[in-house]
Design a protein around this ligand. Sequence first.
Ligand code: NAP
Length: 239
Amino acid sequence: MKCALVTGGSRGIGRAICIRLANEGYYVLINYKSNQTAAENTLELINYNGELLQFDVADKEQIKSVLDNWISINPDKYIEVLVNNAGIREDALMSWMNDEQWDNIIKTNLDSFFYVTRIVLKQMLVRKYGRIVNVVSLSGLKGLAGQTNYAAAKAGVIGATKSLAQEVARFGITVNAVAPGFIKTDMVEGLDEKEMSKLIPAKRFGLPEEVAHAVSFFAAKEASYVTAQVLSINGGLYS
Ligand code: NAP
């Protein structure tokens, strides 16, 4: 059975990715941290062609116990598509940023890539096939005042994407990233959309489905010669 794991699949961009991959025939493992109701809504939206997998991507012990357990009780399935999407931001100017704000963001947005991917990669290597797509950010390419923590984490994932892609290309595994600009989700709540849209050539924020479309391109079997790439989805804001 074709299986895809989407971290942070309960809401926003992750939910749109779950729906897109389910429509493409994947059995989707919907990871989330705490919002059970939202995760159940995503499961309903994909007609129950998947299951919920709760773990905190910032907690390496939890990742290991939940994923190892799922793999051991599902010998007939394997995760051939991994989307590392879960992420948070906690903005502060660096001189005011506390240890917790730095550590939380690095753990959730960067360490999670390592601890989740290392486990899923093993089966991909055995099967000699896999698609890994990391959701990074415009901030990791361009930087943004108030986001030294978030930009460092996302830039870290970009470097890891390019390095891992070179390690595993000969095993039929591709590793790519999508870098959204401003996308309408809970994460951008509180931003002045009208004012900020003036700076975007497309004159609007993007939609989660527009990011999901790019993820689905990288996840496709046919995208077999596309690896180590970062695709911006930002309405022309930065290139
Ligand atoms: P969102 O609407 O706030 O949703 C975040 C998702 O991540 C939720 O499903 C949440 O689960 C999950 N999550 C958060 N922390 C987690 C943890 N520790 N363990 C497991 N799951 C966790 O965010 P979004 O806008 O869709 O963002 C998705 C990704 O796109 C992130 O990596 C973000 O950095 C990136 N991005 C977003 C934008 C944007 O403008 N929206 C721009 C650039 C990049 P719960 O529901 O359980 O909380």
